[in-house]
Design a protein around this ligand. Structure first.
Ligand code: TXA
Ligand code: MG
Length: 342
């Protein structure tokens, strides 16, 4: 339902001032970050935060990340900073990482979905930092997509999903990482990765050898199982097309997909290829440069299949490198865990 006249803003001084004023007045502004675009509201304004859930169609039990422009904002948000969080902040902030800590009583229930903990992120993206700093308030922001859709990595994706639903969209360039921040729970004995990202397990292990990864990062939740990260239980990153991942050695993956193409004749077929293989009878989109490139372009390419009107997508997964877990986490979710191992 189109109800709001959405302003499309730039990254110039005047635009940032306008966007900051919208935030301070309880409105919604989408903005670029180094990971994906976010949809922001003043984190201290319950009504504004509730508008985010409405605009995205997001379930109210899925908490939001609070974004800051300086660590000085932290005392307004968290009760105390655990030792491991201090180490991670020194090593990786500002940057594509989110830390979960015990929340301060001033943080409202809409942001945290009633949890005692809060997720905090200090982005490195210039525009994001200028916006938060100009607004002068911590900014609650999920990814700026309709709930369930691939996260937006260019302004066009945001406009496509949220035009008419939010007050303003800051049109910046393409997000450099292309996948969302690494989310780490810092409230337990050891830090635990709840969502992998461009800052990887190995990167963190150099600073905290005890770092762990939650078992549900690559495994589907069992029926009725409560995840540590509420977002894990929802459908994610799904284009309109039905996605299946085909995983294994490149030549085996290519033959399996060729067979699947011939078995599905009559449907409009898409292939997401990381190997450069040619597929007759399929609309093929290519990722480049290993899994860093796969992560960077994954959401854009998933949306590309919808733009082409594809019915089913077979996604190759063949490369193992330091970003494998981050790519597989998104791919498996976009496929609703339909994976063929060959
Ligand atoms: O890179 C990013 O993190 C982007 C940009 C905009 O900053 N944001 C983003 O937000 O990806 P969102 O809402 O799409 O994903 C946040 C994830 C959700 O899965 C949510 O369940 C989880 O973080 N989360 C938030 N607060 C949490 C908490 N207190 N405990 C556990 N998980 C939490
Ligand atoms: Mg999201």
């Amino acid at each position: 339902m189109i109800t709001i006249n959405t302003q499309i803003l730039g990254e110039d001084e005047k635009s940032i001032k306008t966007a900051a004023e919208i935030l301070r007045n309880g409105g919604l502004v989408a903005f670029p970050t180094e990971t994906v675009y976010g949809l922001g509201a003043d984190a201290a304004n319950e009504n504004a935060v509730k508008k985010i859930f409405k605009a995205k169609g997001r379930p109210s039990d899925n908490p939001l990340i609070v974004h800051i422009s300086t660590p000085d904002m932290l005392p307004e948000i968290v009760r105390h900073i655990p030792e491991c969080a201090k180490i991670l902040m020194d090593a990786f902030m500002p940057g594509p990482i989110t830390l979960i800590m015990n929340k301060n009583s001033r943080v409202g229930n809409a942001v945290t979905a009633g949890l005692d903990t809060v997720a905090v992120r200090f982005p490195s993206h210039e525009t994001a930092r200028r916006l938060i700093s100009e607004a002068g308030v911590p900014v609650a922001a999920p990814s700026a997509n309709l709930s369930g859709k691939p996260s937006p990595t260019i302004a066009r994706h945001v406009i496509c999903d949220l035009n008419g639903r939010v007050d303003a969209i800051i049109s910046g360039g393409e997000c450099s990482a292309g996948v969302e921040s690494t989310v780490i729970d810092c409230t337990g004995e050891y830090p635990v990765i709840l969502r992998p990202g461009i800052i990887t397990y190995d990167d963190i292990k150099e600073y905290i050898p005890e770092i762990q990864t939650d078992k549900n990062v690559l495994t589907a939740l069992k029926e009725g199982e409560a995840p540590k990260c509420p977002g894990m239980k929802y459908k994610h990153y799904a284009p309109d097309a039905d996605v299946t991942v085909v995983e294994g050695e490149p030549s085996a993956v290519a033959s399996a997909i060729k067979k699947l193409i011939s078995e599905n004749a009559g449907k409009k077929i898409g292939v997401l290829s990381c190997t450069g293989e040619k597929y007759d009878g399929a609309f093929t989109l290519y990722t480049k440069n290993g899994n860093a490139g796969y992560a960077h372009s994954l959401f854009t390419l998933l949306r590309g299949f919808d733009e082409e009107g594809v019915d089913i997508v077979f996604a190759e997964f063949c490369i193992n490198d330091k970003y494998s877990v981050s790519v597989k986490n998104r791919l498996y979710k976009s496929a609703g865990n339909k994976i063929i191992y060959v």
